[in-house]
Design a protein around this ligand. Structure first.
Ligand code: ATP
Length: 234
């Protein structure tokens, strides 16, 4: 039986008096799902991810991950890829790996090294000498090398060249624990939809649609990408 890993109930997030980024959002995410978080620019995707990562607090409502309110316990089981880099540029990749191993009890350095090898990235390179796309790959590998229950990936492959996107996604999927859940925000729906189980669509701070990818394909007789281009023009 699948279990709810994430429960979001009536969450509102305001940045200012007049700027509501999430408006009375309620969602449930189950274990073992790969979920696409879709929506136009400014709809609230990053805000939702940051609330789950514990970087922002909600103005109202409740969020639990694995039965705990967001805090120290949830941070132990959540692995977060932000939309901006946070890595010390002067370190070699191998040093960044050691840093992660010291910092996170659930980080598996061997898994990171194997994935990077698979992606033809030499761990002896200095991080600052990598191209933008290579840096994205390294960050994604690091985040996915934790044994987390929930992975939060904010635009994970936006800078990766189209030919490598599928390869990196497959590398990640093959290496992660299938009982964990991945929530990833993306505008690259057509590149990612084949690995997704579910989609959550946010529009103008509200949940517009929650569905399995199969349901969209069956009921609409279209790909998720075609459906969203048509209905929401994003
Ligand atoms: N620090 C902030 N202060 C004020 N408003 C903010 C702040 N961060 C985000 N917002 C606003 O909140 C809304 C939601 O932003 P958010 O970054 O969550 O959107 P998004 O769906 O991730 O967008 P994108 O697809 O462009 O990354 C936007 O209107 C944005 O301008």
């Amino acid at each position: 039986m699948t279990m709810a890993l994430v429960e979001i109930k009536h969450v509102t997030k305001r940045y200012t008096k007049h700027k509501v980024a999430l408006d009375d959002v309620s969602l449930t995410m189950e274990e073992g799902r790969i979920i696409g978080l879709l929506g136009p620019n400014g709809s609230g995707k990053t805000t939702l991810i940051k609330l789950l990562a514990g970087l922002l607090s909600a103005n109202g409502g409740t969020i639990t991950v694995d039965g705990n309110a967001i805090g120290v316990e949830t941070k132990k089981v959540v692995s977060y890829l932000p939309d901006v880099s946070y890595i010390n540029e002067n370190q070699k990749i191998s040093q960044v790996i050691s840093y992660f191993a010291d910092f996170y009890a659930d980080f598996e350095p061997d898994r990171a090294v194997a994935m990077l090898e698979n992606l033809n990235i030499d761990v002896n390179l200095k991080y600052k000498t990598l191209s933008k796309g290579m840096k994205e790959k390294v960050q994604l590998v690091l985040v996915m090398s934790r044994r987390a229950k929930l992975y939060l990936l904010d635009e994970p492959i936006a800078g990766v060249d189209p030919a490598s996107r599928d390869y990196i996604l497959k590398t990640i999927i093959q290496n992660y624990d299938p009982t964990a859940t991945i929530l990833m925000s993306t505008h690259l729906i057509s590149d990612i939809e084949h690995i997704l189980d579910d989609i959550i669509f946010i529009n103008d701070a509200k949940v517009g649609l929650v569905s399995t990818v199969d349901d969209i394909r069956e009921t609409q007789e279209k790909s998720v990408d075609e459906y969203f281009r048509e209905v929401y023009r994003c």
